[in-house]
Ligand binder design. Structure first.
Ligand code: IVH
Length: 727
């Protein structure tokens, strides 16, 4: 539990007006104390894990928890399986017991047709099976997310979790109760619904008044959030780096979740961050034998009121058109969800209609899954190339046997940098998993099969020469990337550099796009930027597929681009770290290109927005004679812009001040904060001393905060830092 500052509501747990443990001790016998503590702890765990809205500080929760532990130690007879202390069982199993499902766990038919026909076919089938004619009203559906985790059946008897089982073959599953109990989002004890569901968009039937059934089987998906998955893998990598032999990284969130659920040692399972969404029920037994609900939507609301997480994206949809709209909306949201989904599910909303529709083989006729293109596929590595980007960055890229993944055919996948390539140990001939989520560059997740060790090629190493121009490739300290030092003379960088220079936001050469640049560079017509302005009609007309008219248009566009502005020209040069905003500031500050080219690092640092990294990058660029040559030639070709006098020097607001940064800031990374402070003239040091003027502290600040307090150093937060920057 980490959020200490969220005292968001004055609601008290049901029936409890006083959460002070002391009061519980004083008023009650051990049994009453236990029940009171259970109630408190269940209530606060639900607020924390499910509603994401804790009401008491972590320390207070821990205190109540310890109080219960103490009570249970003194009175072992009071320990029950639903006790909050019983989430982690100490036992290591030899294997999992088999469980026969009271109601079989079915799978859903997947509609593989195109978007429109898929939903339409389903609606048509449902209407036909219900005997509805054209004149009958539209069928109401519930559209939900199809979570990419693993299905679990949770059995509650008299409100207490007694068993959790995997789906297995649908008839028989595995008893994974111990591991499932470790998942904070899964209630050990159902909440007696006291008031309507606290959050979310689930309205509809008034399920909040439903009593807890005698037997309730809740079905849903155990999954791992993407951020939890990344953090878990990071921890795993650290363990591996420390030489922990038995550890490995996980391929994707689903595998990590499945591995955790099927872990025989529940202590290990408890360390894997799992989450849960409820989407249905299995066996339900109520006092009067029936569930007083008529819709699936109402059922989801009831599940929510009993304490289960239900996804917010649940929608009621009428007829196929709205199902299609849902499918499209979720497709657009897919990449920004914090967890993986592999599609959406449509379900007939009316439970009576569901019953009427029944099942075919082992699939319900009332539900269908409508998938999205898979985000991971297997293929093999044909080669590993090193590509050179505009700024000279060398990127190892795996050339793949073409594979359809995430909606497109992929033939290249990035290996990011040398360290990543080595860590994944991808080699030619290996079978690999490629992941492409959204418009993110496809990447290699892992090697699934490699040749026999002795037959494998060498471990990947980054060349120390640019593979294209032969210039030295260097990796600077604290950087993950190698860069070609060839600058604009490196032919691989040329295409990118020309496109960058010609883009709309730089000098803008209309009509000079990818294809044409490629042609011009490959035909060796253009070697440097100035060559662009030396193009003649003959050279252009000689290019394949280039008509006189287009050649003339290009020449005109080039002519037009000669009249530009200093910021556009400067940005167009493609100097590392010099974006549009920085180019504008530089132009404003120095007034002329010569002044910028000749400025020292110290002078550059006086520009608002310019920190040490940007200043050094400018200096490095203009220190290269060939880059100056390019600038001179462009001027000689007729490129021109208005120049002005240098702007008034504005003193830097934080000149002479020393800062130390600690903890996690709300919006900035520590590096970003450092850049901003340095740009304002401040010095950023690594440790707190008497010379420190300010400690910028975020959450989870440690010893530096203590030291600052001890020395009486001013402690500020990010907002206060922004105020200082503003002067
Ligand atoms: S309903 C009778 N709803 O998809 C219908 N299943 O083949 C039973 N799944 O592995 C399933 N999200 O775990 C349903 N919103 C959702 C779901 C969902 C994911 C999984 C389920 C099973 C598979 C069904």
């Amino acid at each position: 539990m980490a959020n200490l500052d969220l005292f968001s509501s004055s609601n008290q747990p049901p029936g409890q007006q006083n959460i002070a443990g002391a009061a519980i001790n004083n008023v009650a016998n051990p049994l009453q104390q236990r029940d009171a503590l259970h109630q408190q702890l269940h209530y606060h765990a639900h607020r924390y894990y499910v509603l994401d809205d804790p009401q008491i500080p972590d320390a207070e929760y821990d205190r109540l928890f310890q109080q219960l532990q103490k009570l249970e130690a003194e009175h072992p007879e009071l320990v029950t399986p639903d006790s909050p202390t019983q989430r982690v069982m100490g036992t290591v199993l030899d294997g999992f017991a088999s469980v026969k499902h009271a109601v079989p766990m079915l799978s859903i038919n997947t509609e593989t047709d195109t978007e429109a026909t898929g939903a339409q076919n389903f609606d048509t089938r449902v209407r036909k099976a219900l005997g509805l004619g054209d004149a009958d009203p539209a069928v109401e559906y519930v559209a939900e997310l199809k979570f990419d985790g693993l299905a679990i059946n949770l059995r509650y008897e008299h409100g207490v979790l007694v068993q959790a089982a995997t789906r297995g073959d649908g008839e028989m599953g595995e008893d994974v109760t111990n591991n499932i109990r470790t998942i904070g989002q899964i209630p050990l004890k159902l909440q007696a619904p006291a008031r309507p569901a606290e959050r979310g968009s689930l309205l509809g039937e008034n399920a909040s008044t439903l009593p807890i059934p005698q037997v309730l089987e809740v079905r849903g998906e155990v999954y791992m959030r993407r951020d939890d998955f990344e953090a878990l893998n990071e921890r795993q990598r650290e363990k591996i780096a420390r030489g922990d032999k038995g550890e490995k990284t996980f391929v994707n969130p689903r595998n990590a979740a499945a591995g955790a659920v099927r872990q025989l040692d529940s202590k290990i399972a408890a360390q894997r961050p799992l989450s849960f969404f409820a989407y249905g029920v299995g066996e339900v037994v109520t006092a009067d034998g029936a569930m007083p609900l008529s819709t699936h939507y109402g059922l989801l609301q009831a599940l929510k009121s009993w304490g289960f997480p239900v996804a917010d994206q649940v929608n009621i949809a009428v007829a196929a058109t709205q199902l299609i709209a849902y499918h499209q909306r979720i497709a657009a949201e897919r990449d920004s969800l914090p967890y993986d989904i592999d599609g959406v599910v449509y379900k007939v909303n009316s439970l009576a209609q569901q019953q009427q529709l029944g099942f075919v083989s082992r699939e319900p006729r009332w539900a269908v899954a409508h998938k999205y293109p898979a985000q991971e596929q297997m293929t093999h590595v044909l080669a590993i190339d090193v590509q050179v980007g505009r700024t000279g960055k060398l990127t190892p890229v795996a050339k793949l046997a073409p594979v359809f993944v995430g909606g497109v055919t992929v033939t290249n996948a990035t290996l990011h940098n040398e360290d990543e390539a080595r860590r994944k140990d991808v080699r030619v001939g290996d079978t690999v998993i490629v992941r492409r989520a959204g418009d993110v560059i496809p990447e290699i997740v892992s090697v699934v099969a490699s040749q026999a060790p002795h037959a494998r090629g060498e471990v990947f190493t980054m060349p120390h020469q640019c593979p294209v121009c032969g210039s030295a490739a260097v990796r600077e300290e604290d950087e993950a990337d190698y860069r070609c030092t060839g600058g604009l003379f490196c032919s691989a960088q040329r295409k990118e550099a020309i496109l960058h220079f010609a883009q709309r936001r730089a000098v803008e050469v209309e009509g000079l796009g990818d294809k044409l640049v490629e042609q011009l560079v490959d035909a060796n017509v253009i070697r440097t930027l100035p060559d662009l302005y030396r193009l003649g009609l003959t050279a252009l007309a000689n290019l394949e597929r280039m008509a006189d008219k287009s050649a003339n248009n290009l020449l005109q566009a080039l002519e037009k681009s000669k009249h530009t502005t200093l910021p556009r020209f400067l940005f167009g040069l493609g100097i590392r770290h010099v974006g549009e905003a920085t180019a504008k500031e530089l132009a404003r500050h120095f007034g002329s290109l010569d002044a910028i080219m000749d400025a020292t690092v110290e002078q550059l640092l006086e520009v608002a927005d310019v920190g040490p990294i940007v200043a050094q990058s400018l200096r490095t660029f203009f220190d290269q004679p060939h880059n100056r040559e390019v600038v001179e030639q462009l001027r000689a070709c007729g490129l021109s812009w208005a120049e002005g006098a240098p702007a008034e020097q504005t003193p830097k607001p934080l000149a002479g001040k020393t800062f130390v940064i600690t903890g996690t800031l709300p919006t900035l990374s520590r590096d970003q904060a450092k850049d901003q402070l340095e740009a304002a003239g401040a010095k950023v040091a690594g440790s707190v001393s008497k010379k420190t003027d300010y400690l910028l502290a975020g959450t989870e600040a440690g010893s530096k905060l203590d030291k600052a307090r001890e020395l009486g150093v001013a402690v500020i937060d990010e907002a206060q830092m922004q105020a200082l920057l503003a002067g």
